[in-house]
Design a protein around this ligand. Sequence first.
Ligand code: NA7
Length: 562
Amino acid sequence: MIDRTKSHYEVIVIGAGVAGIYQIKLLSDLGVSATVLDAAGDLGGTWYWNRYPGARFDSESYTYGYSFSKELLNEWHWKERFSSQPENLRYLNFVADKFDLRKYMQFNCKVESAYFDEGNDLWRLRVNDGRELTCGFVIMAVGLLSIPTPPRFKGMENFKGRSFHTFYWPHKPVEMAGKKVAVIGTGATGIQVIAEIADKVGELIVFQRRPNWSAPLNNSPISEGEMADIRSRYEEIFKTCARTPGGFEHEPDRRGFYELSREERVVLWDKLYSSPGFAIWLRNFREIFTDEKANAEFSEYIADRIRQRVKNPAVAEKLIPRDHGFGVQRVPMETRYFEAYNRDNVHLLDISETPIAEVTETGLRTTEREYEFDIIVYATGFDAITGAFDHIDIQGVGGVRLRDEWSDGPSTFLGMMVHGFPNFLMPSGPQSGSASTNYPRGIETGVNWCTNLLSYMWTHGYNRADATFEAQERWAAHVKDMYSAMLMRKAKSWFTGYNSNVPGHEHGKIRYLVYTGGAPKYVGQIREVADHGYEGIVFDSGSTPIRRGGHEVESNQPKVSQ
Ligand code: NA7
């Protein structure tokens, strides 16, 4: 007989970042016996780890905060339109303390394996401190970009100076004045860090393999008066986010690209170039995402902007991407990034011409020559979206390993469940809406849906929920189908599963990692599944009552609105 009353917890949440904090808030509201495990020394996820100079939102701060509590919205003052890492971490701590959530969290707890005990409908989790913890449900709030991927250069261990991946930027300030610094990588992270440190270091050499399209963030402070105005409009702001594809305030320009003259298009683009945040990407014509010719014309417009900002024409040309158009990869937003290359102490090295051959004791050697450095910064990205799953030995029914199931790319039901892995929920899993949306907007949707599913199970006395193979196949096919209209399907980017530092993730074989149909469509579909009694999920009943905070109680839980 199934006896879950002997489990340590009803629910274990893995990850104390943006999703895990909200998830434990809802579980604590329901009085469920639950804990959050995180490998880090404290809460915050992405905002705990990424302490590199220049780390900040590209989302408008007031669209990034949680929307679930009016009181919280009224209490928190976002100081900048695009808030920086220290402030973001303060915010998450403020939320955890305000709702007294820290008591549910266990830090320095790295989950090494999770195994589904079929006889008991229990998950058995092995933690790095030697404990085995059991629970009825596992909720994977592991983040999208939480497994950093340093390069695999020969001799990396020999370097005598300081070197780190941006994710592991030291907690104590790094002395940079007068230092010779190398930055490897020019994605969103590299672009933020380069722009921020250019005038603070002795010498900076940027090792660029491929440039990225990038445009001004146009950040500004938020005064008390402006914050009061934002507070009065929160409801409207979140409504706007809910109806836009990316979950931002930015809505696409619905005029047809080809209905306007070139001059009229440029009027819009001039305006967008000086507008804040992702406007340049998401308020643009929709054809930018789907039509090669429209995309090429706009990319050339941005290329001219780069040429105007970079004094040395040869350097400017190197900063202009040739292998992809604007916006088919995630667009990094920048603050005086291109101007950094006008400084005498900043040099751009094209390592597509002269690749890095090895790391030496004193610096880096390319195929051309050797360079000496005090500090080497690896801004080389992440094993995105599935990496955090692959790093835990997850075994479902019949001992099947999730990492084996996903070796050629993930297949999920709604991005939140995997067939053969019962009671295993992913509020921001691969193929979910969260992965391609303003993250907190996405995870609120995912966490609400997962919590409602749990409440439904508790109400009906179900012990086990598993997505059917057919439902999963349909979802995975739908996700793949959504990619077909998008230019991004061809991109060498983490959205398509590319990462040159992870074996098997080389360019050429697409992984359908994110839901590209837009947030409203995604929310509509997951809501429909719930409204139809969770069609596509098979439930099993057992005789054991559900554990709440150590008590066995009957359940009739209220729903969280989707
Ligand atoms: P990205 O966007 O994956 O960028 C990684 C960068 O590092 C990119 O320019 C890569 O060049 C470069 N890279 C990676 N490995 C190497 C090696 N081995 N040698 C040289 N250059 C390398 O990661 P980010 O951290 O910048 O951004 C990730 C997300 O975080 C971002 O989209 C935001 O959502 C937040 P490549 O393009 O592979 O030639």
